[in-house]
Design a protein around this ligand. Sequence first.
Ligand code: GLU
Length: 449
Amino acid sequence: MTPHIDEKVEPIFQEVLNRNPGETEFHQAVREVLESLGPVLVKHPEFGHHKIIERICEPERQIIFRVPWQDDEGNVQINRGFRVEFNSALGPYKGGLRFHPSVYLGIVKFLGFEQIFKNALTGLPIGGGKGGSDFDPKGKSDDEIMRFCQSFMTELYRHLGEYTDVPAGDIGVGGREIGYMFGQYKRITNRYESGILTGKGLDWGGSLVRTEATGYGATFFVQEMLKARGDSFDGKICTVSGSGNVAIYTIEKIHQLGGKVVACSDSGGYIYDEQGIDLELLQQLKEIERRRIKDYLNYRKHAKYVESGNIWNIPCQVAMPSATQNELNGKDAAKLVKNGCFAVGEGANMPTTPEGIRVFLEAGIAYGPGKAANAGGVATSALEMQQNASRDSWTFEYTEQRLEQIMKTIHRLCYENAEEYGTPGNYVNGANIAGFIKVANAMVAMGLV
Ligand code: GLU
């Protein structure tokens, strides 16, 4: 059935459009969740009575601030910083920081909104939030990155706390940036509070598996979808868009599970390597040298680089969009299905457009939306918080086991809710409904706050 908004929910969506003009990504994320909620209101009239949907669409707090810093030439630069503390019904606000020139309030709100339901699905005590800046880390020196991060934290620190708000990384924010921000927080407050950020380095409060977690988790989720159809990764040809942290560890886990990833990409184009992407080389180029993916060809002569190419034109059985929002449209989805793709797991947040989602659902393929499939990253952040709170650190094996178990549980929740609400196999509805009900119940219990 083509997704649409139930007539009881439509006026709420119209109000979201009116109150948040121009924030197209936020509108898209809200619409996608609201399309699943009609049947929920029928079973749970109390959610209507307490205006839970209206309240969930309005962030609890939105912070916008100036981030002044000096570049290497001594010029003053000004960026804009954001933190949207969306919902704290299940725990402290939790969600990453994104540094990318496209960042504005509409992007931060779409990410924060998705984060509420994603975090609820993990079953761990974390609310939803997101932040970032329109700062472009591309081409910046290490010193410039440090000065920017210090300035950013000089404003943000007053809003953080292990029981209040706990950011982490997202696009453009990795271990290096988290380090600079943690250092500045510690300096300003004179407190070593490990629990105020996740994604920390392994020597100073970070968790093993956090770096790998989003990619590993997305792959575990797809493994569960395949299992539910009596299949596995073994021998499958896969494509993974992106070449950042999520893509790299998706490729690693797919290879461990017997699949073969033949392509990955960056904003310049894609690499096709029919022998399978050489992960060690990719890590050397991207993680250590911070170079463009094009340079892969200097070391693997038989591979192809297609500048500005569309990775979704490559035939595959499993596709894992792991770059950014709206990177896969209706045409791409149709092409994937036509070429025999039968499973899609989203490592990125909202990478498939509404038209693309429609194509996947109508084709009846296994489609795992980001808020379920990529929840492994934030779930492992919550495991980092647990370790920090108990001043403990767990082994890689134990932490990965916990992650795998969490992803299996998320899959089961989505699967069962999709069935219970009359759309078996529809993980979009399953994820939206399971995540929403959990948050909604907590909000009802806590009264009008
Ligand atoms: N940015 C990641 C996400 O989209 C992780 C957030 C976190 O670990 O807090 O879920």
